[in-house]
Design a protein around this ligand. Structure first.
Ligand code: ADP
Ligand code: ZN
Length: 215
């Protein structure tokens, strides 16, 4: 099973990817998670990526493709994978197509998680993340608050807003999404394997995707 998840920031790609990973026992590959981990460990890639990420800009395609070429060759990807947050530009999608052609594989489905913009903004501004790097649990002060205000249910560490979840960075991420990433919807529609789903409730979305995959 090879699956690509498209959607604006805050559309819930990570949550859905996680549910699919457990259902199909295939890895979830999130370029955002890989980059954040590189930033924390202050690797060469992390140092290059950090400023782009803080501003809510995309990290340059060359850096992303370096990461993904390595990742897709790892043995755990042989059974399949869920791409979450990649590709995010037309050049990345073109490169991915070449990599997959070299590996003699194709994607089964591209899921487009469709969420209205006002809902996206509400979700992103209300998101809180556990500050413990080994935990990083995600909460939402409106829809999924922690039991004790400001503290992680799992590990008790303080919850924080990510650098790229300030109002200004969020605005920039949405503009970047519309300009650079939204064109991928048309790109994959032309390839004929696009499945658009209204992404309001993650369990419903998950069930719809599983149903579609079984058709
Ligand atoms: P979200 O989908 O909520 O914006 P991600 O965790 O997917 O969050 O990404 C966080 C940041 O990492 C992005 O704003 C961007 O700077 C960088 N990033 C992640 N994936 C890519 C990618 N495929 N291409 C370029 N930049 C990326
Ligand atoms: Zn925690």
């Amino acid at each position: 099973m090879r699956l690509i998840l498209l959607g604006a920031p805050g559309a819930g790609k990570g949550t859905i990817a996680n549910l699919l990973m457990n259902e199909f026992s295939i890895p979830q590959i999130s370029t955002g998670d890989i980059l954040r981990s590189a930033v924390r460990q202050a690797t060469e890639i992390g140092k290059k990526a950090e400023e782009y990420m803080k501003r809510g800009d995309l990290v340059p395609d060359t850096i992303i493709m370096g990461i993904m070429e390595d990742r897709l060759l790892q043995p755990d990807c042989q059974k399949g994978f869920i791409l979450d947050g990649f590709p995010r530009t037309i050049p990345q999608a073109d490169e991915l197509k070449k990599i997959m052609a070299r590996l003699d594989i194709t994607q089964d489905i591209v899921v487009n998680l469709d969420v209205p913009e006002d809902e996206i903004i509400r979700r992103l501004t209300s998101r809180r993340t556990c500050s413990n790097p080994d935990c990083q649990a995600i909460y939402n002060v409106i829809s999924m608050p922690p039991k004790k205000e400001g503290l992680c249910d799992i590990c008790g560490s303080p919850l924080i807003q990510r650098d790229d979840e300030t109002e200004e960075a969020i605005k920039n991420r949405l503009e970047t999404y519309l300009e650079k990433t939204a064109p991928l919807i048309e790109f994959y529609r032309k390839e004929g394997n696009l499945f658009t789903v209204k992404a309001l409730q993650s369990q419903t979305v998950f069930k719809e995707i599983v149903k579609k995959l079984k058709e």
